[in-house]
Ligand binder design. Structure first.
Ligand code: PRP
Ligand code: URA
Length: 209
């Protein structure tokens, strides 16, 4: 595995991935499983947050404390990326959120951009780009390129399931971007869906078809 890729191995993640992959899982259980895995992915992605020392008073004495020493900016790729945002905000309640809207053209499988709204601070902070599915890598490639154009220097990509094709594309083109995921699947099918995957993440999470 490429040094930039972290695949989370945990019994709870394995159980929840099975719930998410199962075509018979309904929307309520799908959302709950996504939220649980998102928490574990977020916890792992935040592992290298820089800290600064502070001084705090316990009820007993003064001691050294820690504060997070960077701004955190979460950037979901709409729509499905929204499913991973709350887990990060639970850990970093003052994180800013930028949105990048794009969908895959059904024929070309290329991403089509339809919206962007980024907060100030992407050039100095830690940017967590989130999208549960990395398939061809086209959407992530576009999003990372856009973030870099806006000056982002520290980008981490959090994804639930990745295809080898997308991972190769992103690790080759952006060797400075680390990737945190719960699974690396087998391949893409002729429609550029991840195999075995879980189908269309946005549709399953939002109840659309
Ligand atoms: C899905 C997914 C990613 C993209 C991955 O979005 O959430 O953004 O496809 O595919 P890629 O790696 O080949 O670019 P989709 O286009 O289905 O939009 P949606 O989230 O609005 O459903
Ligand atoms: N987008 C999805 O939601 N699922 C896939 O398998 C590929 C792209």
């Amino acid at each position: 595995m490429h040094k930039n890729i972290t695949v989370i191995e945990h019994p709870v993640v394995a159980r929840d991935l099975s719930i998410l992959r199962d075509k018979n899982t309904g929307i309520v259980e799908f959302r709950k499983a996504m939220a649980r895995v998102a928490t574990i992915l977020a916890y792992s992605a935040l592992k290298e947050l820089p800290l600064r020392e502070s001084v705090i008073e316990t009820p007993i004495t003064q001691t050294k404390g820690s504060e997070i020493d960077t701004e955190v900016i979460v950037v979901p790729i709409l729509r499905a990326g929204l499913s991973l945002v709350d887990a990060i905000i639970d850990f970093i309640p003052d994180a800013k959120v930028g949105h990048l809207g794009m969908y895959r053209d059904e024929t070309t499988h290329e991403p089509v951009d339809y919206y962007s709204n980024l907060p100030d601070g992407v050039s100095d902070g830690m940017v967590l780009l989130v999208d549960p599915m990395l398939a061809t890598g086209g959407s992530a490639d576009d999003a990372i390129g856009f973030l870099k154009n806006q000056g982002a220097k520290q980008i981490r990509f959090i994804s639930l399931i990745c295809a080898p094709e997308g991972l190769e594309r992103i690790t080759k083109k952006y060797p400075d971007v680390s990737i945190i995921t719960a699974a690396v699947d087998e391949k893409l099918n002729e429609n550029a869906y991840i195999v075995p995957g879980l189908g269309d993440a946005g549709d399953r999470y939002f109840g659309t078809t």
